[in-house]
Design a protein around this ligand. Structure first.
Ligand code: ZN
Length: 116
């Protein structure tokens, strides 16, 4: 798969819940590895995707190489299906919710980033 196609799989932003202060929008065009402050999308090269799906959720893992620190991290995009199906209107599409996590190259969780 070519880089541009992989890039289009990545949401540009995620939202972080700030308790009473609402939601903060953060860019996903950044390196999530420790000690790296790269926010230049041109230095982030997505190169691999894994995808799996079951009844409850769809998970996509996008592997990204950071040209600034030389590391690789994984953006894990998890879409939970049918979060809140309306009981009033049966025809209404069930809502889904997306969660973004960052993982390091070995799959260790670097933290829940936010929602997309
Ligand atoms: Zn980096």
């Amino acid at each position: 798969m070519v880089e541009q196609d992989l890039r289009s799989e990545i949401p540009t932003h995620a939202y972080i819940s700030l308790a009473r202060r609402g939601m903060e929008k953060i860019s996903l065009d950044q390196c999530f590895l420790k000690n790296c402050d790269n926010t230049d999308v041109n230095l982030l090269v997505p190169f691999k995707k894994e995808e799996y799906e079951d009844e409850k959720e769809q998970t996509r893992k996008i592997y990204i190489k950071c040209k600034k620190c030389g590391g690789t991290f994984i953006l894990k995009l998890q879409t939970i299906k049918k979060v809140a199906k309306s009981t009033k209107d049966k025809d209404e599409e069930p809502l889904s919710m997306g969660l973004v996590f960052a993982l390091d190259e070995k799959g260790n969780n670097l933290g829940h980033i936010g929602y997309f």
